[in-house]
Design a binder for this molecule. Structure first.
Ligand code: PGA
Length: 240
């Protein structure tokens, strides 16, 4: 693991973009694994800024995403697909047809899990962006998820529901289930870029970097990944 501690959120985002840009510069048809949540927004702003400056193109880039809420999809304000469009896709020249997320509105969720797993098995993700839950989750792989898991439907923990309530009018509106890439899918990426900011992530970052590799802390598996960056601000690094 390469742990990089930055002064604050903006520096974390700029450093993350340095790693991302190396990948984008190495090939014009990179496959990006993307994440939602408040943490990667600064990275996406850097990506948009550099695209607008004419330094990079997403014309041949494709993407997959970690997860989606069950019941949410295109056109739904709280969906992760709309998050990605609003925070990145609509501001760069990526072809929307080359972007993929698990669909939270599929009639047959198992069939959707199978579709997504087959897709992931047929590609090689060049860089996977990750946030981390206060409980150490990656994607929506909550504590206890087997390291061998692939895309599956998840019951969200109370901690995750309350952490995510800030994006909703009330906690009752937070979906209680999601469809998420599994940990094995995440680990298959060639490079991992995990970002964390703020003291509410400090325990999870400590357990990820210094703790034992255990399914109780899903992100701890990243200790075994051959090319993993952990880029955090000082607050998230405060327990290291
Ligand atoms: P956040 O979520 O970036 O909104 O803190 C991260 C996560 O739960 O994975």
């Amino acid at each position: 693991m390469k742990v990089i501690v930055c002064k604050n959120y903006d520096e974390m985002s700029a450093k993350a973009y340095e790693v991302m840009k190396e990948v984008l510069s190495s090939k014009d048809n990179a496959i990006l694994g993307l994440a939602t949540g408040s943490t990667p927004i600064g990275l996406y702003k850097e990506m948009i800024k550099d695209y607008k400056a004419g330094n990079v193109s997403y014309k041949n880039v494709s993407s997959v995403n970690l997860d989606e809420y069950i019941g949410q999809g295109v056109g739904d304000e709280q969906s992760y697909v709309e998050f990605m469009r609003n925070n990145l896709f609509n501001h760069v020249d990526i072809d929307l047809a080359k972007t993929d997320l698990p669909c939270g509105k599929a009639e047959d969720m198992q069939a959707e899990c199978d579709r997504y797993n087959a897709k992931l098995a047929s590609i090689s993700v060049d860089i996977q962006v990750l946030g981390i839950g206060g409980n150490g989750h990656i994607g929506f792989n909550e504590p206890g998820t087997p390291f061998g898991s692939v895309t599956h439907v998840v019951d969200l923990t109370e901690r995750t529901i309350s952490d995510n309530a800030r994006f909703f009018n009330s906690i009752e509106e937070v979906p209680t289930q999601a469809i998420s890439m599994g940990i094995k899918n995440v680990m298959n990426a060639k490079k991992i870029l995990l970002l964390a900011s703020g003291t509410n992530k400090a325990d999870a970052i400590y357990a990820t970097v210094k703790g034992e590799v255990t399914e109780t802390v899903p992100a701890s598996i990243l200790q075994l990944h051959p090319d993993c960056y952990i880029i955090v601000d000082e607050a998230a690094a405060s327990k290291l």
